[in-house]
Design a protein. Sequence first.
Length: 75
Amino acid sequence: MVRKAVVAQITSLGYGVVEASSPAEALDVVARNEPLDLVFSDIVMPGAIDGIELARLVRERRPDLKVLLTSAIPT
Protein backbone atom coordinates (compact mmCIF):
# COMPACT_ATOMS: atom_id res chain seq x y z
CA MET A 1 0.00 0.00 0.00
CA VAL A 2 2.84 2.39 0.86
CA ARG A 3 4.67 1.58 -2.38
CA LYS A 4 1.55 2.34 -4.41
CA ALA A 5 1.11 5.70 -2.64
CA VAL A 6 4.75 6.68 -3.24
CA VAL A 7 4.57 5.65 -6.90
CA ALA A 8 1.39 7.71 -7.35
CA GLN A 9 2.95 10.76 -5.73
CA ILE A 10 6.19 10.55 -7.72
CA THR A 11 4.40 10.04 -11.05
CA SER A 12 2.06 12.95 -10.25
CA LEU A 13 5.17 15.13 -10.14
CA GLY A 14 6.02 14.08 -13.70
CA TYR A 15 8.72 11.51 -12.99
CA GLY A 16 8.87 8.11 -14.65
CA VAL A 17 8.79 5.15 -12.28
CA VAL A 18 9.78 1.52 -12.72
CA GLU A 19 8.13 -0.31 -9.84
CA ALA A 20 9.58 -3.42 -8.22
CA SER A 21 7.75 -5.49 -5.61
CA SER A 22 10.85 -7.07 -4.05
CA PRO A 23 14.59 -6.56 -3.75
CA ALA A 24 15.17 -9.41 -6.23
CA GLU A 25 12.89 -7.73 -8.76
CA ALA A 26 14.66 -4.40 -8.19
CA LEU A 27 18.01 -6.05 -8.88
CA ASP A 28 16.58 -7.51 -12.09
CA VAL A 29 15.56 -4.00 -13.18
CA VAL A 30 19.02 -2.67 -12.35
CA ALA A 31 20.63 -5.53 -14.30
CA ARG A 32 18.79 -4.53 -17.49
CA ASN A 33 21.09 -1.50 -17.73
CA GLU A 34 18.19 0.73 -18.70
CA PRO A 35 18.72 4.42 -17.98
CA LEU A 36 17.84 4.96 -14.32
CA ASP A 37 18.46 8.06 -12.21
CA LEU A 38 17.65 6.74 -8.76
CA VAL A 39 16.72 3.64 -6.77
CA PHE A 40 14.31 4.56 -3.97
CA SER A 41 13.75 1.90 -1.31
CA ASP A 42 12.56 1.36 2.21
CA ILE A 43 15.24 0.24 4.65
CA VAL A 44 13.00 -2.32 6.34
CA MET A 45 11.68 -5.05 4.04
CA PRO A 46 10.71 -8.65 4.67
CA GLY A 47 13.12 -11.33 3.54
CA ALA A 48 16.85 -11.78 3.42
CA ILE A 49 17.65 -8.50 1.65
CA ASP A 50 16.88 -5.25 3.48
CA GLY A 51 17.24 -1.79 1.98
CA ILE A 52 20.82 -1.35 3.12
CA GLU A 53 21.86 -4.64 1.50
CA LEU A 54 19.88 -3.73 -1.62
CA ALA A 55 21.76 -0.41 -1.80
CA ARG A 56 25.08 -2.22 -1.47
CA LEU A 57 24.16 -4.68 -4.24
CA VAL A 58 22.91 -1.90 -6.54
CA ARG A 59 26.10 0.12 -6.05
CA GLU A 60 28.18 -3.01 -6.67
CA ARG A 61 26.44 -3.55 -10.02
CA ARG A 62 26.06 0.10 -11.06
CA PRO A 63 28.33 2.40 -9.05
CA ASP A 64 27.00 5.46 -10.89
CA LEU A 65 23.40 4.84 -9.81
CA LYS A 66 22.14 6.90 -6.88
CA VAL A 67 20.26 5.15 -4.06
CA LEU A 68 17.83 6.84 -1.68
CA LEU A 69 16.69 4.91 1.39
CA THR A 70 13.72 5.80 3.54
CA SER A 71 12.01 4.45 6.60
CA ALA A 72 8.91 5.26 8.58
CA ILE A 73 8.52 5.46 12.29
CA PRO A 74 5.40 3.55 13.37
CA THR A 75 2.81 5.72 15.09
